[in-house]
Design a protein around this ligand. Structure first.
Ligand code: HEM
Length: 559
């Protein structure tokens, strides 16, 4: 009987799904764009849980699945690049029983989507899981978003960039020291990707929240202090390493003594991180109350916002930021700023090892720009603008490996028009629409030889009379930091950090990949690229196992 009910329910669900699929297909047909039916919506929660383990099994069985099942895989954009957009055109849609997902790579349409943020709304309600410590910019509705953004954007100024630069140099020098002298890196660097994560976290902690620590290589782990608490940095590292779990299980449920040790450790780190935030807020508030300048940086901006919030009589909507919102935003800045930059650095380290000639090309610039300068003379204001090849490496890595590959939006309650190649498309109300970063950035119309990693494509000039300059891509053909008013506030931060790391590393050192017995240079490059291309996208795009390539950091011959 039970089995019958189960089979009946499943059959009913399938039938209902098919009806919904056809209703949505009819609705989508009105747009007059190519449509692809897929039977399960990628946003279906159960599917999201099952899917990562299902595909390896199906792939192993080599079942002849329809080509459209590609769009049911998480992170399909990476494997697809611009292929589907070449096949179907610059705007097309997948239709599922749950809804319509419009995919866009047309520059004009994408530009319109980014600028009309009231018409194409960020799906903030789907980001609620990010509220691990409180409401934040990513979960704010359209009415509250500008209030969050004003407070958050203010401290990302040139003073802070100077600090980012200096701290990134300090961390990189320590990382090189670890890579070249530590006992644990004698045969090879155990985990370059882990080390770039550490570096990026240390820069973020020091810059934003004035919690400066020395670099520690991947061979040493987080430790509790004598008082039994994790440091700010270690607590944050553990929290970010387990962020998916924390989004599903709130930290307060991770304190029961019957839980396994690993979960209790996570619960402790999550609680300690909150304690550090409370302490930072108290310290900063007291110092501002004493009439002092405060530590500067993001916390100072937050305390001023808290002051505005407390003085607000609520008559004209909320002002400033509440304590919960401050904690929520501290978390989200760390979340958004950490792995994005760290993953980009990790991709770059392997790509540089695959292309030693690019290392020499960048090193040539670094040598010229920093000639006769001691470490203390590496100044942000003079060096950063000159290190164009370093920036070109960042831009090219983000072109092919953007941490966020598409940017979901939802049309509001009204039908919205978009112009695509001179034709008007009417997007139905409340429809998912995705400006597709990776498709736009790998489209051969705008990017010749689009799949090749060639940092030099970003540089023009360089002849005797004309200094080298960076090219500006055509509008909305390149947007790894998003575009329009809701773009990434950390653009400059990540650029400054990246350029400092790369210049400091290549000034006197090179990365070398260890060859296998009998392996030629060409085969080694192919093997590295195999690892670089073997990615997943649980949260952000990242290599599945970068440690498969053994890297050494060696002194450059002419340094
Ligand atoms: C290579 C590095 C980075 C890339 C590629 C990147 C990319 C992005 C993208 C695409 C978005 C928009 C997401 C959306 O619309 O849903 C975003 C938002 C954001 N990023 Fe970044 N980011 C990077 C580094 C950083 C850094 C270093 C920070 C902070 C220190 C940061 C802080 C943020 C914040 C707070 C938001 C949310 C902004 C808002 O909602 O208005 N990002 N980032």
């Amino acid at each position: 009987m039970f089995l019958l009910i189960l089979i009946g329910s499943a059959a009913g669900y399938v039938a209902w799904s098919l009806v919904c699929l056809e209703i949505n297909y009819k609705r989508a047909s009105a747009m007059g764009i190519p449509l692809v039916r897929i039977p399960i919506d990628p946003l279906n929660f159960l599917w999201q849980v099952v899917e990562p383990n299902l595909w390896p099994a199906l792939d192993f069985l080599r079942l002849p699945l329809p080509a459209s099942t590609l769009y049911m895989r998480r992170g399909w954009f990476f494997a697809d690049k611009a292929e589907s957009h070449v096949r179907y055109g610059p705007i097309w849609a997948t239709v599922t029983p749950r809804g319509i997902h419009v995919q866009v790579s047309d520059p004009e349409a994408n530009h319109a989507i980014f600028t009309r943020r009231g018409d194409f709304v960020r799906p903030y309600h789907t980001y609620q899981l990010l509220e691990v410590y409180g409401p934040c910019i990513s979960t704010a509705d359209n009415a509250n978003w500008a209030r969050h953004r004003k407070v958050l954007a203010a401290p990302f100024n040139e003073n802070i960039m100077n600090f980012v630069w200096n701290e990134s140099l300090r961390q990189t020098r320590q990382m090189i020291e670890y890579w070249t002298t530590s006992e644990s890196t004698r045969s090879f660097i155990p985990s370059v990707a882990q080390d770039t994560r550490t570096l990026s976290l240390n820069v973020l902690a020091a810059t934003g929240f004035r919690r400066s620590v020395d670099f520690q290589g991947s061979s040493s782990g987080a430790v509790e202090t004598e008082a039994g608490t994790f440091s700010y940095r270690d607590a944050l590292q553990i929290v970010l390493d387990n962020v998916i779990l924390l989004m599903v299980v709130p930290p307060r449920y991770l304190t029961n003594s019957w839980l396994p040790k690993s979960l209790l450790r996570l619960g402790k780190a999550a609680a300690d991180f909150k304690m550090h935030m409370v302490r930072m807020l108290d310290e900063e508030t007291s110092s501002l109350n004493r009439g002092e300048k405060g530590a500067g940086g993001i916390m100072t901006s937050f305390v001023r916002a808290l002051d505005a919030h407390n003085k607000d009589d609520g008559s004209r909507g909320p002002k400033g930021m509440s304590v919960e919102e401050i904690f929520g935003n501290i978390f989200v800045i760390n979340f958004a700023g950490h792995d994005t930059t760290a993953n980009t650095l990790a991709f770059t380290m392997l790509l540089l090892a695959a292309f030693p000639e690019v290392q020499e090309w960048v090193a040539e610039e670094v040598r010229v720009v920093t000639a006769n300068l001691d470490n203390e003379q590496w100044e942000y204001a003079t060096l950063f603008p000159e290190l164009k090849r370093c920036r070109a490496v960042l831009l090219e890595t983000l072109r092919l490996f953007p941490p966020i590959m598409n940017l979901p939006k939802i049309s509001n309650e009204q039908p919205q028009t978009l112009t695509v190649e001179g034709r008007t498309v009417v997007v139905p109300p409340v429809t998912w629409i995705y400006p597709c970063i990776i498709a736009a950035q790998t489209n051969s119309q705008h990017w010749p030889d689009p799949l090749a990693w060639k940092p030099s494509r970003w540089i023009k000039g360089g002849e005797e009379t004309q200094p080298e300059t960076l090219i500006t891509p055509a509008k909305a053909t390149y947007f790894p930091w998003s575009d329009g008013p809701q773009n990434c506030p950390g653009v400059r931060f990540s650029q400054v950090e990246f350029v400092a790391v790369l210049a400091c590393l290549l000034r006197k050192h090179r990365l070398q990949a260890q060859t296998l017995p009998g392996e030629s240079g060409e085969k080694l490059r192919e093997r590295i690229m195999g690892v670089v291309e073997d990615c997943d996208a649980q949260m952000l795009l990242r290599m599945k196992d970068p440690n498969r390539i053994r890297l050494d950091c060696v002194r450059a011959k002419e340094s």
